[in-house]
Design a protein around this ligand. Structure first.
Ligand SMILES: CC(C)(COP(=O)(O)OP(=O)(O)OC[C@H]1O[C@@H](n2cnc3c(N)ncnc32)[C@H](O)[C@@H]1OP(=O)(O)O)[C@@H](O)C(=O)NCCC(=O)NCCS
Length: 170
């Protein structure tokens, strides 16, 4: 598919579908309706590609719940979802993204994240539910600074550009 992708704040009625997909992947999902979480869906003309989310802690963001539908993986869609959420993070004034992952460190490292120690994350990120308990201690911690331009999947192919003007959920 080469049509345009769109990124849209996730509406409340869509949270159960996200929770089900996260549960299927063994990712934390019990807290997605809690305050302070924001989620987006990314679509192309064939429909839903996947989701991603953010928790905002001043200038730091916890990137979470990045998931692509199984049948739509390995075609650049995961990269596109992370780019889209990173653009939302920049729009929210964030300077860094943090995340924990058990099985996808290689994916995030390929698209510009670097390994970090959990202890390098600011206290409120470390106090988040994911750091404090939902993700096991064996998860890999990764970080990306947002000061430099986000790695642009869209720049490779203007036909797949994700409109960035859509406002995130408050
Ligand atoms: C991880 C995930 C989002 C990747 O989605 P995707 O659409 O397959 O990713 P892309 O096609 O954009 O891949 C981008 C690059 O990462 C590589 N890659 C994809 N998944 C990978 C993995 N699990 N490990 C290592 N590299 C991976 C791709 O080969 C590609 O590299 P290339 O550009 O050199 O070809 C998807 O597999 C997924 O939803 N997994 C389950 C949920 C999950 O684990 N999310 C992360 C939780 S924090």
């Amino acid at each position: 598919m080469t049509g345009p992708r769109t990124v849209t704040p996730l509406a409340k009625p869509e949270l159960p579908a996200l929770a089900a997909l996260l549960a299927m992947e063994g990712l934390p999902n019990q807290d997605i309706a809690d305050a302070g979480r924001r989620f987006w869906r990314v679509d192309d003309p064939d429909g839903l590609l996947g989701y991603g989310g953010l928790e905002v802690y001043e200038r730091d963001g916890l990137l979470r719940s990045v998931v692509v539908l199984p049948e739509r993986r390995r075609r650049g869609n995961g990269h596109a979802v992370v780019d889209a959420i990173s653009r939302e993070a920049v729009a929210l004034g964030l300077e860094r993204l943090w995340l924990l992952t058990i099985g996808a460190a290689g994916f995030f490292e390929r698209i510009g994240f670097g390994r970090a120690e959990r202890s390098e994350a600011p206290p409120d990120v470390r106090a988040s539910a994911q750091f404090a308990g939902l993700c096991p201690g064996s998860a890999v911690c990764l970080r990306r600074d947002l000061a430099s331009p986000v790695v642009e999947t869209a720049a490779r192919d203007a036909a797949t550009a994700i409109p960035s003007e859509i406002a995130p959920v408050r």
